[in-house]
Ligand binder design. Sequence first.
Ligand code: ZN
Ligand code: ZN
Length: 362
Amino acid sequence: MTSNQTEIQQRRGDIAARLEELKADALLISSSANVRYLSGFSGSNGFVVLTATETHFFTDPRYDIEARTNISAKVHVVKGSITPKILEVAKRKKLKRIGFESSWTRFDEYTRMKDGLPLGFSLVPVGRIIEERRMLKSANEIEQIRRSVLLNSEAFARSLKRIRPGVRELDVAGEIEFQMKKLGAEKPAFETIIAAGAHSALPHAHPTGHKLSANELLLIDMGASLGGYCSDMTRVIHLGAPPKKLRELYNAVLEAQLAGVNAVRAGITAGRVDQVVRSVMKKHKLDKAFVHSTGHGLGLEIHETPRLGRMDQTILQAGMAITIEPGAYIDGWAGIRIEDTVLVTTNGCEVLTPTSKEFVTL
Ligand code: ZN
Ligand code: ZN
């Protein structure tokens, strides 16, 4: 459990204070990251019902001990389907308008709830209000992200020693994930991306049995989950000296990445940061090769709001943790992406990722 109880109480208080404006008597939370945020529970089957004055937590018997020991709420351990128990509590407490997370509630859960509600009770769809609050990290959360980022970079440094011609992409992924766990991570935050040569032109390539050869490019996108909090970093390395054209491509992406980092500060929109990065890519005639957004928030999940894309009007605020990760992908030849995790501050940002952005040659 990483979030202390006081912090969890504050979060609940803030969300409960919005029930009136949402025209709801209670909020049913089913997204696992949001459940963790509001209870500390990290298992796979948990629901929270938040009212103006109470928190109810529902899970199954596998988590009985964990729930009763660690979760400060009215705990309901339910055999079989949890929905009838949630309905029973709603009826008993006269929670007539039940807010639910429309982005996260499964259709069958929704139907079961709807069919089980007595007359006069209703379900109220609620947007991503918990995700909105999660954008702003507390000092405690920032510390967790910082540790996760440092661990991730250390796992990268240790794994570099094992990269040489003849090693498969899958071996590199295995080595990285092994090092993460040796350093205390619970798991990788996402499936590690290891892509050699032309394979790197696929932004979300899966590692394969391909053996690295001398004079090959290798893209590594990796993140760790530590205490529930994610890190995210991409680096590109080259076995042998990289050819001039590749070095030029690398330098162009690096220029865009640094421009993005320099643009980040409290008060600017996420979309504006994306524009700054995109204009550098355009200057190098790489705008069409840059096929994804500039970055994303991260925290309990690897992809959180804001999304640093063209249209995102979210105003960056001090205490947001985001990535800056432009990339250029040239089909059949190469892909370059450079990604750091940064913390938005009042005057700019702090780059949390300590790993050098020089084009590493092994
Ligand atoms: Zn990322
Ligand atoms: Zn990444």
